[in-house]
Design a protein around this ligand. Structure first.
Ligand code: ADP
Ligand code: MG
Length: 343
């Protein structure tokens, strides 16, 4: 008798979910990225019990056609790339076609959506081991609402790793804040157990952006931050860096975006650390919210399933550009500007 068998689709998806769905915060990251990719300029989130009981993400983006709904829930199904060359200059946040399939295999997920001028909206759930989708007509404005209930209800081993409601919510909130910093042009709201936690209107000019920054990173950061904006060759670096006097005991206020995608990168971290080296005491960490714009063809985002890591085609140039820009900006600060203290 043959010993090798194909896994049923739900199990295969649950195994894949291990890579991207660690906790409620990872679900939120994937759902909000989908909303952003759909062109939404308004994203509303409601969560219960730190996201374990419920995560609901509603957007006003393109919506999904009825015919596409079952596919949206299937693994390796995406509308964002078709061929290898697309992957080499990918501009969307998603492209792996795995998030919804993974999340729906470890939760009770419903996908509700309507496209412009459709007679009705449609709701899809995937059920059973073969993950086949069940469709029902519903009333829905243009856009998409994804509801994820009872995360890890069928994978007790994963569920055991969840922390307290407070801890899970704080991870989730961190993800939303980061996404709100990544896209000033999009309005965000976040409710937890019926309580409004954040309500951020789209920010279209620097003043409004700084207001959002103060609300997300705290007014003290904003009061002690320098705005920078420098372009060289085909690189642009802009954003806010805290004065050395506003250093932190932890690296907890560091947000770096490459083409609106939040990343953690050793090369970038090194360039920033070097720029602050002469002006920060040992053991203190700089605070910054920075945006690097590069030609998508010069950066590979397909390094890791969560896409938090990237690879630059010309890492040396990127490193030196970041270092020089920040070093110069910090050198230009008059000593009298450096009198405040922070924690
Ligand atoms: P990926 O984002 O990598 O393509 P996902 O599993 O996250 O994979 O989503 C699958 C597909 O479902 C997407 O390619 C997109 O076409 C569609 N989709 C998911 N969420 C939304 C949304 N909020 N609005 C419009 N389309 C969506
Ligand atoms: Mg996605």
């Amino acid at each position: 008798m043959a010993k090798i068998q194909l896994l049923d689709p739900r199990l295969a998806n649950q195994i894949a979910a291990g890579e991207v769905v660690e906790r409620p915060a990872s679900v939120v990251k994937e759902l909000v990225e989908n909303s952003l990719d759909s062109g939404a300029n308004r994203i509303d989130l409601e969560v219960e019990d730190g996201g374990v009981k419920l995560i609901r993400v509603r957007d006003n983006g393109s919506g999904i056609d009825k015919e596409d709904l079952p596919l949206a829930l299937s693994r390796h199904a995406t509308s964002k790339i078709r061929a290898l060359p697309d992957l080499e200059a990918v501009a969307s946040l998603g492209f792996r076609g795995e998030a919804l399939a993974s999340i729906s295999s470890v939760s009770r997920l419903s996908l509700n959506s309507a496209v412009a001028e459709a007679e009705s909206g449609w709701s899809a759930r995937s059920e059973g081991r073969d993950m086949s989708a069940v469709l029902e007509p519903i009333a829905h404005p243009q856009g998409t609402t994804v509801e994820v209930r009872d995360l890890f209800f069928n994978t007790p081993a994963r569920r055991k790793f969840l922390r307290t409601e407070k801890t899970e919510f704080s991870h989730l909130e961190e993800v939303v804040k980061r996404q709100a910093l990544g896209r000033f042009d999009v309005g965000f709201s976040l409710c937890h157990n019926g309580r409004a936690i954040h309500s951020l209107k789209p920010a279209t000019n620097q003043l409004e952006q700084e207001r959002r920054l103060a609300s997300v990173c705290g007014p003290a950061f904003m009061e002690n931050a320098l705005f920078i904006d420098r372009t060289a060759a085909n690189l642009r670096l802009w954003g806010w860096v805290a004065l050395p006097s506003f250093s932190r005991s932890q690296a907890d206020l560091q947000h770096f975006f490459v083409n609106s995608r939040y990343i953690r990168d050793r090369l970038v971290a090194h360039a920033v650390r070097q720029a602050y080296q002469d002006v920060l005491y040992h053991g203190r960490h700089p605070a910054f919210v920075l945006y690097l714009e590069v030609d998508p063809a010069n950066v590979d985002v397909n390094v890791h399933p969560t896409k938090h890591e990237v690879r630059f085609r010309d890492g040396r140039t990127v490193h030196d550009f970041i270092f020089r820009t920040l070093h110069q900006a910090l050198a230009d600060v008059r000593p009298s500007d450096q009198t405040n203290t922070a924690n």
